[in-house]
Design a protein around this ligand. Structure first.
Ligand code: PA5
Length: 471
């Protein structure tokens, strides 16, 4: 169990620490008991807004029966390739990237194959329309038939709808390049993760005989990290996906507690909700571990796409410390009082690193003695929090015992449940994303899709821009 291995400390958010003007009342969470009495059944009895997409809540249990199959396909891909390209955008890639950055060696792709434990290098594409990036990836791939293992490659294309243009365009390129390498055998090196029956990708996979994994109907893209969307790329990279799921399972038990003072997801949701309502609508996740930066980006998307609607929704931002203390740190310390900083801190590094002695002391660091770098980081963390406290700037601390597959699984699940709970406190639907359609309609109209012709007409009938540009 997670006992003491993941904690949420909100002392510095309350009035006793930062005063009544800036702090939340001491009974902040209790004041939400009635609201949570509605939120709890809306979630767990699946009666809330967007309930058709609440299937992610059950994934820690339901995915277990698929883990061996995911692992087997991952092992096969790893054995036959040294380069593995993952195509997907938004919820169809950020979870995989978060798991891989958090749990693989930070320089995974630069290591020799044996140091990578015979898992392939991993590249993400299909998450933009970027000529230079696609061309750059092309230059890493073999021109024709691979001659050595380091050139062998494989492809995982992920799209629930099966038609997202960024991913579909990249897939056409990559598919053609793979066919140039392997001819008719290319199909054996492609895995498609998509809907069980619908969409262009599913049709193509059926026609070409690709292996497929299913994104369940009742799981939305940004809540799909615990499906093959996140778990297959993670397993290809060598991550222990059973441990990721075990962490989520243990967290799920804690998240079933109806009391917001005892349920970490509800406490997190409630405190973010109350802070935003009190005008702290910029929420910065300061991450004190470089490897967790992609978890910050995953959470940015989860939060922004789930809560940013109906003219509301706090703005999530990711920072890495101490790096960003030399950037955004200034603003958080002395800028407008509109931010809540959530620190994500990992107590235990993977291995200790101690400052070496130097008799000359020419860098004047000898006052540190043989200090572990982690101790320096802890001092920076505590010092920063105290500096914010001195100026009545609120902070919230999410502390993980270690950066392990188990802890990361628990954390991701906590943040998913918290996001939906916060959406329900706001009385919005946190599981849809109607606003994402607007750009697509105009883009497809301009790209000449006949069913979007009216958007092209609207665009062409627009008021001409005034001459308010220079150079
Ligand atoms: O959370 C979501 O639903 C989105 O971010 C999707 O994941 C994203 O738009 C990609 O969609 P698809 O998987 O259909 O290609």
């Amino acid at each position: 169990m997670l006992n003491g291995e993941l904690s949420l400390n909100y002392n510095h958010l309350l009035a006793h620490a930062i005063g009544t003007e800036q702090g939340l009342p001491e009974d902040a969470l209790d004041s939400l008991s009635e609201a949570f009495a509605q939120v709890h059944p809306a979630l767990w009895e699946k009666t809330g807004k967007g309930s058709d997409f609440l299937g992610f809540l059950d994934l820690p249990q339901t995915i277990s029966s698929q883990l061996d199959q995911i692992q087997a396909v991952a092992d096969d891909l790893a054995a036959q390739s040294d380069i593995h390209v993952v195509l997907g955008i938004g919820g169809s890639y950020l979870g995989a990237k978060a798991l891989i950055q958090a749990l693989c060696h930070p320089y995974h792709n630069e290591l020799s194959r044996s140091k990578r434990k015979h898992r392939p290098r991993i590249y993400f594409e299909g998450n933009s329309l970027d000529t230079d990036s696609l061309n750059a990836l092309r230059s890493l791939l073999p021109e024709g038939a691979p001659t050595e293992l380091s050139e062998h490659w494989s492809l995982n294309v992920i799209s629930k709808s099966g038609g997202t243009i960024e991913t579909a365009v990249a897939f056409r390129f990559l598919r053609h390049w793979l066919e140039a390498s392997y001819g008719a055998e290319a199909a054996q090196r492609i895995v498609a993760t998509t809907d069980v029956a619908k969409g262009q990708l599913k049709a193509l996979a059926n026609k070409e005989g690709y292996r497929t994994f299913v994104i369940p109907d009742n799981v939305g893209g940004r809540y799909s990290v615990l499906t093959p969307v996140g778990l297959l790329p993670a397993a290809v990279a060598g991550i222990n996906i059973h441990e990721v799921v075990r962490g989520a399972q243990d967290m799920a038990e804690l998240c079933k507690n109806p009391n917001p003072s005892q349920n970490p997801a509800y406490a997190y949701a409630g405190l973010q909700y109350l802070s935003a309502a009190a005008g702290r609508d910029v929420s910065v996740m300061n991450i004190w571990d470089k490897s967790l930066e992609s978890i910050g980006f995953w959470y940015d998307q989860l939060c922004a796409e789930s809560l940013g609607k109906e003219g509301r929704g706090r703005v999530p931002l990711t920072g890495v410390c101490t790096r960003d203390l030399h950037a955004r740190g200034q603003q958080l310390q002395q800028g407008e009082r509109n931010a809540l900083v959530t620190n994500l801190f990992v107590t235990q590094p993977q291995a200790e690193l101690v400052l070496p002695s130097d008799a000359t002391d020419s860098d004047a660091l000898n006052y540190l003695g043989a200090m572990p770098v982690q101790q320096m980081l802890s001092s920076a963390f505590e010092g920063t929090n105290f500096a914010y406290l001195q100026d009545q700037r609120p902070t919230l601390d999410l502390v993980l015992g270690q950066r392990s597959a188990y802890h990361v699984g628990a954390l991701l699940y906590l943040l998913e449940v918290a996001t939906v709970a916060e959406g329900y406190l706001m009385q919005i639907n946190p599981l849809d994303q109607p606003g994402v359609e607007a750009y697509k309609q105009f883009m497809f109209g301009l790209l000449g899709r006949s069913d979007m012709a009216r958007y092209k007409d609207l665009f062409e009938a627009r008021q001409p821009d005034k001459d308010a540009a220079i150079l």
